[in-house]
Design a protein around this ligand. Structure first.
Ligand code: ARG
Length: 262
């Protein structure tokens, strides 16, 4: 019994040591002494393959519109932030497991995600956009119903395409990143790629030699991006919302994105 107890307490010590070492502790922005947490650094997960929103510059820095927005929020709040490139699917578990404090990654606020995460107020509006070879006959989303479509896995684009082709359709090509989804279309493995408008437009702009065109469709619903925290982290949501409100009110958000969210 005694030795069992000892093992148990050693276990507790070990796990608190590892918590202290590895836990970046969401919700610890206000410490016991009432300090507002100015020395806390917020760790933020992203998928930096999503130009112009979040991507790596040639020196390996994570940059982009989303990054500028979070930095502007951090400036207003007087908090320190650090971005980490997790990739798309891993960023969701990183938030859930509290490996990071929150995520910014052009994440659309959806009812399904709201079951597992909490979101800030919207800070950016977007919609899906179709990308096809320049000589494609596609003029609307419905034209793709017998075709192969590439999308980034588990994105809202993926959901939209499941709606057209069927949940388990073999015509859906869904790699882990948006650049891979676009490559699948360029390589002829898909007839069209679908994704967030800013990212598709940026690709076309940066690759004038690849003969492509975009196709808009009014049936795509407006989507709103939010910062994503672990469900129940009310303190952090309130803090981030305060920052978003400030950069909406002082014009900084519009200066960064070029448009009003609502
Ligand atoms: N807005 C879409 C969604 O939330 C796609 C976001 C993908 N973001 C990224 N950094 N790859 O599902």
């Amino acid at each position: 019994m005694k030795s069992l107890k000892r093992i148990f307490s050693v276990g507790i010590i070990l796990s608190s040591v590892s918590l202290a070492l590895f836990g970046c502790g969401t919700g610890t922005s206000t410490s016991e002494n009432g300090d507002t947490g100015e020395d806390k650094k917020y760790i933020i997960a992203t998928d930096a393959t999503y130009a112009p929103m979040e991507y790596m510059d040639k020196d390996g820095n994570i940059v982009g519109t989303d990054i500028d927005i979070v930095n502007a929020i951090a400036d207003e709040l007087g908090i320190e932030v650090e971005f980490k490139n997790y990739g798309w699917e891993p960023l969701f578990s990183a938030v859930k497991n509290e490996e990071v404090d929150f995520a910014v990654s052009s994440i659309t606020i959806t009812d399904e995600r709201k079951q597992t995460f909490d979101f800030t107020e919207p800070y950016y509006a977007a919609n899906q956009l179709i990308l096809v070879p320049e000589d494609s006959t596609v003029t609307k989303f419905d034209d793709l119903k017998d075709m192969r479509i590439s999308v980034q896995i588990n994105t809202t684009g993926h959901e939209v395409v499941k709606g057209l082709l069927g949940k388990t359709s073999s015509k859906i090509v869904a790699p882990e990143s948006m650049p891979l989804a676009i490559s699948e279309m360029i390589n002829g493995n898909a007839d069209a790629a679908i994704g967030d408008n800013a990212v598709i437009n940026e690709y076309v702009k940066n690759n004038p030699d690849v003969k492509l065109k975009t196709v808009e469709d009014d049936t795509f619903e407006k989507e709103y991006y939010g910062l994503m925290v672990k469900k129940g982290n009310v303190e952090l949501i309130e803090l981030l919302n305060e920052g978003i409100e400030k950069i909406k009110a002082n014009g900084k958000l519009k200066e960064i994105t070029g448009f009003d969210v609502e």
